[in-house]
Design a binder for this molecule. Structure first.
Ligand code: ATP
Ligand code: MG
Length: 113
């Protein structure tokens, strides 16, 4: 199993969710987060003064899926979230050791398929 963790622009969530619906996915956790990448936030000039915003709002999506499903989920997030502009976000893929469905105490790939 893999965990696909994506940090995306909040405004792209609709597109990402539509792409995930197309691809098929077993479940998702969505968290409102703040962060910055290599631009270290946004610099804006307003009334002739420079303002620096250190951390910007993003959405963190977490999807755990069977190994064979991970690639299409990554592609769906890329397709939905990419505008080609700085700040589009990042995707991190982790290996997951175990998963359990609490209601049935089931363990294994079936939990995420
Ligand atoms: N190395 C990192 N570790 C953890 N979180 C990160 C990392 N890089 C980016 N993020 C998270 O992803 C969000 C979006 O990052 P962003 O897309 O601006 O990355 P970038 O490296 O600056 O690329 P780009 O040049 O496309 O803007 C950040 O606000 C932060 O929450
Ligand atoms: Mg950036």
């Amino acid at each position: 199993m893999k965990k696909i963790e994506a940090i995306i622009q909040p405004g792209r969530f609709g597109e990402v969710r539509a792409a995930l619906e197309q691809a098929g996915y077993p479940g998702i956790t969505v968290t409102e987060v703040k962060g910055h990448g290599k631009q270290k936030g946004l610099r804006q000039n307003w009334l002739g003064r420079a303002f620096k915003i250190d951390v910007l709002p993003k959405l963190k999506l977490e999807i755990v899926a069977a190994d064979l499903e991970a690639e299409k989920i990554v592609k769906a997030v890329l397709g939905g979230a990419c505008t080609g502009q700085p700040g589009d976000g990042k995707i991190f893929v982790y290996s997951i050791e175990r998963a359990y469905r609490i209601s049935s105490e089931e363990e294994g790939d079936g939990v995420v398929s």
